[in-house]
Design a protein. Sequence first.
Length: 256
Amino acid sequence: MKNLKLFTLSAVVLFFLSNTANANSALLSSDDLVGASFWITSMGMLAAALFFFFERGSVVHNWRTILTVAGIITGVSFVNYVYIRNVWAVTGDLPILYRYIDWFITVPLQVTQFYLILSTVRKVPKKLFWKLLIGSFTMLLGGYLGELRYIPAVAGFVIAIAGWIYILYEIYSGDAGLAAAKSGNKPMVTAYNSMKKIVAVGWAVYPLGYIFAFFSGAVDLNSLNIIYNIADFVNKIAFVLVIWVAAMQNTTQRYR
C-alpha cells in the first residue's frame, strides 16, 4: 500500500510539473526526428522515475535513499525534456543553456551516487562525497562558461576535462575505487563497475560534441541534438538501473 501511495504521489507531481513545462505546447512535425528524439527521451525518463519511486519500498532500507535519488535524477530530466521538446517544436532550435539547466542538477546527483552506493555496504568518509561533488561542478562550470562564451572556449574545455578526469581518478583509483574493491559485496561491485564505465565511455559524448560544435564546426546541430538525447537516455537510465539491480540482489540475499 505504501508503494502504491508513493507511486501515485510521484505520478501526480511529475504530470503536474510536465503540464507546467508544456503549457504552450506545439505539435511536432511527423518528419521531425530531432523532436521525436526529445519526446522518446522524455517518456523514457518518466517511466524510469515512476519505476524507481515505486520500487523504493521493495528494497532493504539502506538502499532506499539511493533509489529515491535515482527517481529524482530521471524525474528532473523528464520535466526538462518536456520543456525543451516544446522549445524545439516552436523555434526549431535549442540553446545549450537548457541542457545545462538539467545537467547542473542531475550530473552532481549521479556522481554522488558513487558515494551513496558505497555507503550501503561499508563506512565511507564524507570527504569523498564533497570531492565527487566539487569535481562534477568543476566539469559542468567549465563547459557552461566555455559554451556560452563567458570565457574562451579552449579554457572552458580544459576546465571541464580536468573535472571529468578528476572524477574518473576518484572512481577508478582514488578513495571510491579503493572502497569498492574492498567492499566484498558482489552485486554492489558489479553495479559500481558498470556505473564507472558509463562515466568513462558514455560521458565522452559530451566533450566530443563540444569539440565538433565549437572547434571544428564539422557537426550538424540537428545530429548533435539527437546524439545528446540518446546519450542522456542511456547515461541516466542505464546508470540508475544497474543500481536498482544491485539493490534487488542485496534485498534477496538479506531475506534468503
